[in-house]
Design a protein around this ligand. Structure first.
Ligand SMILES: Cc1ncc(COP(=O)(O)O)c(C=O)c1O
Ligand SMILES: N[C@@H](CCOP(=O)(O)O)C(=O)O
Length: 465
């Protein structure tokens, strides 16, 4: 299996090289040259398998033998042994046809743990095999950072630098990034938004000299392996609800478009998915784009679901690549427009293809708060604000023909203020995080200035720039 860039001007790579590359050298994102597919019979055979067994079946075609099967299985087992639920990502029924897919049973209480625990092991393995080291740079609106720091802390072959928007993440999210005692961990608070952080990370990758000197690697969902690991829970949950002999719909709280793109890939791989619904908060650029065909950035507004306070939705580029029948020249034009004017217009054919696959809706902060309160009252289930965004949008896009699964992307205890103000309940952190809020913080505050950020990374990575 080769991986090609959405912009068509970077070399195609095998799995291990794409894993370490993160962003392609032409600024594009790597995708598999073709989508592997399972037959109905093969999917039926996954019934009764454990999460780990299904993960191996789903990941194997992507790894394509570049890492031997025994090692991949061992990494999967180790990664998911860190989860606190035996089902890893359990389904909870909240209505006759409504389900919540709990993705927050990992160490940092967000869906990011599912991919990150595996990614860290895969990277470590490949670096060790090659006798290499890497400097990891990542941007976070709150959850990716904590999950990456937890997964990479203390690893000998990597130094990790996480950029987060100063003052714009929840106190729990911030402590998960700033209280690590590991010497290879660096939390950088950037005076700006998540989009500024993500632009800085991409700019570091696009600075060829810096990228090579520092041996940069990425852990955001620009890295194909992140998406790959997230495909698995679409399979486990759909199979538990009757796939492939029944169609299942999913609603996904969306920001950087990685999680829902994994659902799109699962469908391409033969999973019987009915509706794929994008749920946004007030930062509704994706819902607007589906409606108008115009991707148009406006200022980011701070909401009670801060992890989705995003305007530049990186993985939308992967979808555009598919919707334009994989036309890299078209992607270069669209992304050029975005860089220059903050907007682009999707062509009619591509828009039609996108609308065929996705629906979208938005929940305002008031609607999110009401959804938390009403769900608690009706079902006894306490939602976090990101999941509540999904539940609100799911209710407007469900249909009797297929069960609707909403992805629960974070635990309510990560956002106690918003949850308490909506429900009156103060969600408590699990025991392993209980002392975290009292621990001393360690982080650097920086301006959104590429030279300053590169200077910091260059002088603190064990690979000296
Ligand atoms: C809790 C939570 N929900 C939803 C999202 C959106 O996921 P994605 O960026 O993959 O669309 C994020 C982060 O992006 C998140 O941290
Ligand atoms: N919501 C994310 C934003 C970054 O997303 P990623 O999936 O591309 O890493 C976060 O919590 O940081």
């Amino acid at each position: 299996m080769k991986y090609i860039s959405t912009r068509g001007e970077a070399p195609s790579l095998g799995f291990c090289d794409a894993l370490l590359a993160g962003l392609a050298s032409d600024g594009g994102l790597y995708v598999p040259q073709q989508w592997p597919a399972f037959t109905k019979k093969q999917i039926r055979a996954m019934r009764g398998m454990t999460y780990q067994q299904i993960a191996f079946a789903v990941l194997s075609p992507f790894v394509d033998g570049e890492i031997d099967d025994k090692t991949v299985r061992a990494m999967i087992d180790e990664a998911y042994a860190t989860f606190r639920h035996p089902a890893i990502t359990p389904l909870v029924q909240t209505g006759p046809n409504d389900f919540i897919l709990e993705l927050f049973h990992g160490t940092t209480l967000a869906f990011k743990d599912v991919a990150m625990q595996l990614l860290a092991r895969l990277m470590d393995h490949v670096l060790a095999e090659r006798g290499q080291r890497a400097t990891i740079v990542g941007a976070t609106s709150g959850d990716t950072g904590g999950a990456a720091i937890d997964a990479f802390a203390g690893r000998e072959r990597t130094d990790i630098f996480i950029l987060f928007p100063h003052g714009k993440v929840s106190p729990v999210q911030q402590r998960q990034m700033t209280t690590s005692a590991a010497g290879n961990v660096h939390a950088l608070a950037v005076r700006g938004t998540f989009d500024d952080c993500q632009n800085l990370v991409k700019a570091m990758f696009n600075d060829k000299g810096f990228r090579e000197r520092m041996q940069l690697s990425g852990v955001n969902s620009i890295n194909w392996a992140r998406i790959m690991a997230q495909i698995v829970y679409y399979f486990t949950s759909a199979i538990a609800l009757g796939a492939p002999d029944r169609k299942i719909s999913f609603t996904v709280p969306t920001g950087n478009f990685g999680d829902i793109f994994a659902g799109f890939v699962a469908k391409r791989m033969g999973l019987s998915i009915d509706r794929l619904v994008i749920a946004t908060n007030d930062n509704d650029i994706l819902a607007r784009t589906l409606k108008t065909g115009r991707y148009e950035m406006r200022g980011v507004v701070a909401t009670t679901s801060p992890s989705m306070d995003i305007q530049i939705s990186s993985n939308f580029e992967r979808l555009l690549f598919e919707a334009t029948d994989r036309d890299p020249a078209e992607i270069r034009t669209l992304m050029g427009g975005l860089k220059q004017s903050g907007s682009f217009q999707i062509g009619d054919k591509a828009l039609k293809a996108i609308r065929k696959e996705f629906r979208a809706g938005r929940a305002t902060q008031k609607q999110v708060a009401r959804t938390i309160a009403e769900t608690l009252e009706k079902t006894g289930y306490l939602l976090d604000p990101h999941t509540a965004t999904g539940v609100f949008v799911a209710a407007r896009n469900a249909r009797a023909a297929s069960p609707m699964v909403t992805l629960a992307t974070a635990h309510p205890a990560k956002f106690p203020d918003a949850v308490k103000s909506a429900s009156g309940i103060d969600p408590t952190l699990p025991p392993w995080l209980a002392g975290m809020m009292q621990r001393e913080e360690r982080y650097e505050i920086l301006d959104p200035d590429l030279a300053k950020v590169e200077a910091y990374v260059g002088s603190h990575s064990r690979i000296r720039g």
